[in-house]
Design a protein around this ligand. Structure first.
Ligand code: M1P
Length: 255
């Protein structure tokens, strides 16, 4: 395979991948017009893709209904759900990997742990079942934006998610699981190796010689860390979507 499919780009051997929350958009919010304009211009120069931790429905909400046309690669759940040029690629699933018995133990442990947590607010959807992972939230995923922001502050002070993850690591030490605190109110649980580097297998098939990645959670323990540090990737650590645009304009003058 080669990057011949991208010969219409100024740099056909280059792909630029982006985290979503905090990199292309504010956390769980909509992308700006300026970012969309910048990405459209960038796409004339190189192939582009996003690699989000969330499931694809959230990326439709945040990046718009036309993501399959707007990006060459769409990677949700770290690439466990993957599209190339609008076509879905084959994938694996968390439930097949873990099996029903261990999965039930994991869910029961999480629900019991959450039941015993002393936090100011609990809402609904404490565990979200996804193709490549589960997402666990002590407050529950259907809290409001205000409740979400309050939980994040409370968690920063009390380290609830960190303690929860420690308890899970102890209980399920016999399974090769990774626990990743990537957002404001939850953490992701997936097989070790199914982090954002998982998506690289798909872009490598296209023979790119330069792979850029932009992310905000690039510190150890953050969900961008592994791909940011990957030896075949040029990583860019950003503080906000505005920062992403600034670096892109430096790297690709004229966009
Ligand atoms: O993309 C980062 C994270 O975004 C959401 O986190 P939260 O709802 O806690 O802010 C989740 O979709 C999570 O899976 C994802 O890693």
């Amino acid at each position: 395979m080669s990057s011949a499919d991208f010969s219409d780009r100024e740099h056909p051997d280059t792909v630029v991948l982006f985290d979503v929350d905090g990199t292309l958009t504010p956390a769980r919010a909509f992308v700006s017009d300026e970012m969309l304009r910048t990405l459209r211009n960038l796409r004339k120069k190189a192939a582009i893709g996003f690699v989000g931790g969330s499931d694809i429905s959230k990326q439709y909400e945040q990046l718009g209904e036309t993501i399959l046309e707007d990006f060459d690669y769409c990677f949700a759940e770290n690439g466990l759900t993957a599209y190339r040029k609008g076509k879905e690629l084959a994938s694996q699933s968390f439930i097949q990997w873990i099996g029903e018995e261990e999965y039930t133990k994991l869910v029961n442990f999480c629900l019991r742990y959450i039941a015993d947590m002393e936090i100011p607010q609990k809402r609904g959807t404490f565990i979200e079942f996804r193709r490549g992972m589960i997402n666990v939230s002590p407050i529950g995923r259907n809290c409001t934006r205000e409740e979400r922001n309050n939980f994040e502050k409370f968690d920063l002070e009390h380290k609830l998610r960190e303690k929860f993850v420690e308890a899970l690591k102890k209980e399920f030490s016999h399974l090769a699981l990774t626990f990743s605190i990537g957002g404001q109110i939850s953490f992701d649980v997936f097989p070790t190796g199914w982090d954002k580097t998982y998506c690289l297998q798909h872009v490598k098939k296209d023979g790119f010689t330069k792979i850029h990645f932009f992310g905000d959670k690039t510190f150890k323990g953050g969900n961008d860390y592994e791909i940011y540090e990957h030896p075949e990737v040029t990583g860019h650590s950003v503080k906000s979507p505005e920062d992403t645009i600034r670096i892109l304009k430096e790297l690709f003058p004229g966009i």
